[in-house]
Design a protein around this ligand. Structure first.
Ligand SMILES: Nc1ncnc2c1ncn2[C@@H]1O[C@H](COP(=O)(O)OP(=O)(O)OP(=O)(O)O)[C@@H](O)[C@H]1O
Length: 314
């Protein structure tokens, strides 16, 4: 195992940010940390990079304890924090020279050239950092994380604030770099985790609530459908009818003239619902799939195994 985190807990004063997180990452794996804002992703990454100690628990990276062997850990870990401290009055080359010299990178000039080529900034080597686009700045952030050729790369919400084109490029770049590194990446965007990662940990409220491959995650999420139905009439009259249609697992009144229902995985009951309602004399005004929000996805994924609620969070 390249990363081994055991029973990590972090309290900020009386606020418990993460509790008892245990997870591993294999060598060469791209592991995703998926969770909404405030879930505890940044806290975990800061602990992993030795930026701050946990309140309890331990982390080993490449066999080194992040606190006891912090120098070794810094040598094998590259970190792209949520906001990278970049110096706008340095050029791209100067900035990497500076970051590389702090890390005492050997043959730095050659290394800078290799790195800017990898992140596709070679033609910007002499541009001032302040003049770069957001996407370029993020690639420069990645370059500083890669300058010392770390085996492990830790990326905190790396595509946040990029425009859609830049996001696509940046994800491709991470996959490319991840071919020969262990990568831990945090995101609050489900498709991002699915596109980039080999395995995804879902973190909510400081706890790991699910762990899966992107494929299995997808299967668990797209299995069932949620649909909004609007009719001319009273939704209270329609509810019992829809509830009784085979394949419908849950239905509820949305407002006066609409209800929503959820169907069994793998079964599209919409035609049956439409037919039944029309047969019963209702005018069907609208039928619309409802996308799951991230919060709902968490609930869904954790329905079978509810997240542990502890009373120690007060
Ligand atoms: N320095 C701090 N002092 C007090 N509370 C903090 C501190 N940093 C984080 N927290 C709290 O700990 C919890 C976890 O925060 P964390 O930043 O790790 O979450 P996150 O998943 O990275 O979210 P985000 O994407 O918003 O950064 C949040 O409730 C946050 O308010």
């Amino acid at each position: 195992m390249m990363i081994r985190a055991t029973a990590l807990t972090k309290d900020y004063g009386t606020r418990r940010a993460i509790e008892n997180l245990t997870f591993n990452a294999r060598k060469g794996e791209i592991l995703g940390f998926l969770g909404p804002n405030g879930a505890g992703k940044t806290t975990t990454m800061r602990i992993l990079t030795g930026f701050m100690p946990p309140s309890s628990g331990s982390v080993e990276i490449g066999g080194y304890d992040v606190i006891e062997n912090s120098l070794e850990v810094r040598r094998i870990v590259g970190y792209l924090p949520e906001t990278v401290p970049l110096y706008s009055d340095m050029t791209v080359h100067e900035y990497l020279e500076y970051m590389g010299s702090l890390r005492k990178v050997p043959r730095l000039e050659q290394r800078i050239n290799e790195t800017i080529e990898k992140v596709e900034l070679s033609d910007r080597a002499s541009s001032y950092v302040g003049a770069l686009s957001k996407g370029m700045r993020q690639r420069l952030g990645l370059a500083q994380a890669l300058i010392h050729q770390p085996e492990v790369l830790i990326l905190d919400e790396p595509t946040i604030g990029l425009d859609p084109g830049q996001v696509v490029n940046f994800r491709k770049l991470i996959r490319e770099i991840g071919k020969d590194k262990t990568v831990l990446l945090s995101t609050h965007i489900l498709p991002e985790a699915q596109q980039i990662c080999d395995r995804v940990l879902i973190i909510n409220n400081g706890h790991i609530v699910a762990e899966d491959t992107p494929e299995q995650l997808q299967a668990r999420l797209t299995g069932s459908q949620r649909v909004l139905v609007q009719i001319r009439g009273d939704s209270k009259d329609v509810l019992p009818i829809v509830e009784n249609i085979p394949g419908v697992i849950r239905a509820q009144v949305r407002n006066q003239d609409s209800i929503e229902f959820e169907s069994l995985p793998g079964k599209d009951v919409r035609p049956e619902v439409a037919r039944t309602l029309i047969q019963r004399g209702f005018d069907l005004l609208q039928m619309q799939n409802i996308n799951l929000s991230l919060e709902e996805i968490f609930l869904k994924l954790t329905r079978e195994e509810p997240a542990e609620i502890t009373d120690s969070q007060a």
